[in-house]
Design a protein. Structure first.
Length: 429
């Protein structure tokens, strides 16, 4: 049955999360992602043997077992912050790297430190597409320079786990990915033991949702002053002071304006994947180390020092890696956070998870496809489910608008009049 089953149960039901695990596990290389700037769905060549069901087994889109009985890397699913041996703020010690990065550049700085200490030989991650800088591509990086060039979040779908067959035997890798990519990798490790020895550490990013390439198209369309598509050399979704914004560079070094993140947050609603709306693992629950923006801790940070990354150590393996580089290394600086803000973050994540769990339950109740998590879901009557589903979407939009307004207030001080001008200009979102 092979790929046909995956098509029927996941792709046709709009539950694919574009993590690339199906392509990465296929022993015959039968599955490819072609339309990466469009729907970016896996395509099968139709030569699957009757007995092979590996792609369906590793796919976290249609089904991801979160029951307490399932231990993944020694972890079972927990709501809120999840498994946490330690939580702190980290930033790259190198000021230039920090300024180039998304939050505090901790992910990039840690990867470079791991590489230089010989803990890993390479990094599996996402960065600019060498064939077209407005696109994103999955790559294996093996030098500090390459890792540095891949700093920054890219809000664009990209099937990372398809790279697994390219890993070299005997080498050790770190994977940086979204929660679905880490979950897909964990599934892959269960069916292909050798991957455990190859991907020795996973760095998971918090992720509320990612977006189709169409969102990048929209950003380029709205970017002022306009940059001809052919002359764009580099795009960055989080340029400038935290939280930063979208910028397109033509490589000539002229003055650049940015579209602030708060101004383009709405794109996440319009261009995100159906599967992201039904995700309850926004916090990379099964990564060794999880990373996030410092929004929950901004009240602990000086206004001119907000570029920090929230870092959660989840596993003993993660702790071992961090211990190797923190304290006796000049790549990363750390800072403690207050218990009060940790508790607030935990409550906030729990609340968001509960809304998403309700969304999954209601989607199922009205007969639409939703992923199976093998955990109890909240129940209500059918008419109530319809009303609630509508309310959740509405509530989600209101929450997003509030967050946007809050972010605008935060960034207004930094960007001042120019920001206000931009906000007006991009009203057309
Ligand atoms: C799509 C997406 C959604 C996110 N949503 C949230 C959120 O809702 N809340 C929150 O707190 N944080 C979110 N993050 C994480 C946050 O934006 C930062 O990535 C995180 O704080 C680490 O910052 P940093 O400066 O340490 O990372 P950097 O040093 O800038 O390094 C970023 C690393 O991420 C890798 N990367 C970039 N894009 C992708 C991608 N699409 N998929 C996989 N790997 C990628 C890069 O290769 C690089 O290694 C999101 C990130 C992404 C990519």
């Amino acid at each position: 049955m092979g790929f046909e089953l995956l098509r029927r149960e996941v792709i046709d039901k709009n539950l694919c999360c574009r993590c690339g695990s199906c392509a990465g596990i296929c022993p015959r290389g039968n599955i490819v992602f072609t339309d990466t700037r469009g729907a970016c769905l896996p395509q099968g060549s139709g030569n699957c043997p009757e007995t092979c069901d590996l792609c369906g087994k590793v796919c976290p889109g249609g089904h991801f077992d979160l029951s307490p009985l399932r231990q993944i890397s020694g972890l079972s699913f927990a709501t809120g912050i999840g498994a946490c041996l330690n939580i702190s703020l980290l930033k790259a010690a190198d000021k230039t790297l920090r300024e180039m990065s998304t939050s505090g550049g901790a992910v990039t700085a840690l990867l470079i430190a791991f590489l230089e200490k010989g803990l890993i030989d390479g990094v599996i991650s996402i960065g600019p597409d060498p064939e077209s800088p407005t696109g994103s591509a999955a790559k294996i990086l093996s030098s500090a320079e390459e890792i540095k060039a891949h700093t920054q979040s890219r809000y664009c779908v990209c099937p990372l786990n398809q790279l697994m067959p390219k890993l070299e035997a005997g080498k050790k890798y770190a994977l940086v990915g979204l929660p679905c990519m880490v979950d897909g990798l964990r599934n892959m490790m269960e069916v292909r033991e050798s991957l455990r020895g190859q991907v020795v550490i996973t760095l998971g990013l918090f992720c509320h949702s990612t977006m189709f390439y169409s969102a990048t198209e929209k950003l380029l369309e709205l970017y002022r002053p306009p940059v001809a598509r052919s002359s764009v050399k580099n795009i960055r979704y989080r340029e400038g002071k935290f939280p930063g914004g979208f910028a397109a560079h033509d490589g000539k070094g002229g003055a650049t304006e940015i579209i602030p993140l708060p101004d383009y947050m709405q794109l996440f609603n319009r261009h995100s994947l159906n599967r992201c709306r039904l995700c309850i693992d926004h916090y990379s629950a099964f990564s060794d180390l999880a990373f996030a923006d410092p929004f929950p801790f901004l009240d602990e940070l000086a206004e001119n020092d907000q570029k920090w990354t929230v870092a959660i150590v989840r596993t003993a393996a993660g702790q071992k890696f961090v211990n190797e580089v923190l304290g006796n290394d000049d790549h990363v600086v750390s800072k403690k956070v207050t218990e009060r803000n940790i508790a607030r973050l935990n409550d906030k994540l729990r609340a968001i998870q509960s809304v998403h769990l309700k969304q999954v339950a209601m989607t199922k109740q009205i007969g639409l496809p939703a992923p199976g998590y093998n955990i109890p879901l909240p129940r209500s009557t059918l008419p109530r489910a319809v009303v609630n589903l509508f309310r959740v979407y509405l509530f989600g939009n209101i929450m997003l608008s509030c967050r946007q307004m809050l972010l605008k207030v935060c960034t207004l001080n930094q960007a001042g009049a120019a920001h206000t001008k931009l906000t007006k200009r991009y009203k057309s979102f």
